[in-house]
Design a protein around this ligand. Sequence first.
Ligand code: 2P0
Length: 314
Amino acid sequence: MSTTAQAHPNIALVKYWGKQDGTGNLPATPSLSITLDTLQTTTTVEAAQGSDRLYFDDKAADDPKILAFLAELRRLYDIPPLTVRTQNNFPAGAGLASSASGFAALTTAIDAECELGLSRSTLSALARMGSGSAARSIFGGFVALEGPAWEARQVLAPTEWPLTTIVVITSSEQKRIPSTTGMTLSKQTSPYFPAWVTSTRADFDLGLLLVARRDFDALAELAEQSCLTMHALMLSTRPPLLYWNTATMACIEAIREMGQAGLSVFFTIDAGPQVKAVCLPQAAEEVRSTLQQISGVEQVLTAGLGNGASICLS
Ligand code: 2P0
């Protein structure tokens, strides 16, 4: 007996960066995201003899974050030792939210394999203990994550406002500073951290309103602002967190030029050098062809809005 689940990464339009003190991996800021469709993580779990075994792309792996997550789940539920096999169809650990889709798929697979019968809200809260952004990948479409429960919820289904995301990969190397470490450093050392928390709460409320109104232009301004404010926080961290490369900057400039020329597109960037251009579907082809010609761009992927994590029926 084994169970396979799949989940998609999500991209935050209003960003999460920083945690509350204490246990449970509670974010310091609310966040608002879109779940992507074509990028995906597929995870299979089955009961093992003795101890947990992890395989990434069929290679044995030792991932302390996953092992700690399994230990945390076992404090709450009766879960046997597991063999976990995970595959991504996109580069992992490079700022493309592989931990979001990874923990969402893993939590969903364990729920089914161990017959826990958990609600989506509970799955989201559990996935959050693995990775904050994973709480959002349990759901599809537009997704909000806020306190006090810190369980994500769907704001709009994928079909209610279909947007296209062009994912521009400018380096597939693993990032040097993982998000969790970076968030801790930002909170400990950036003089801007308190202002970031305050401004993000306001951005989140405005984001919910703009999504409900399907106001693309205002959402574009807000999402770019949230992204740049987060990167300003990262830059003001000691040691500084500079995730961009030359191609990242060139893509930002190209997207701003397309926006000024009247195309409905905006950029967002996470803890890595990749650029995500979010656009109305009718602008997608022009955005894609412009970005793939930029020097330093390695690969360009296109995604629509995707569904939440689900079990794969064999
Ligand atoms: C986000 N990021 O809102 C932000 C924007 C990256 C930049 O959430 O420590 O892997 O596991 O909770 O979720 C990436 O951080 O961090 C992230 P942990 P996570 O999407």
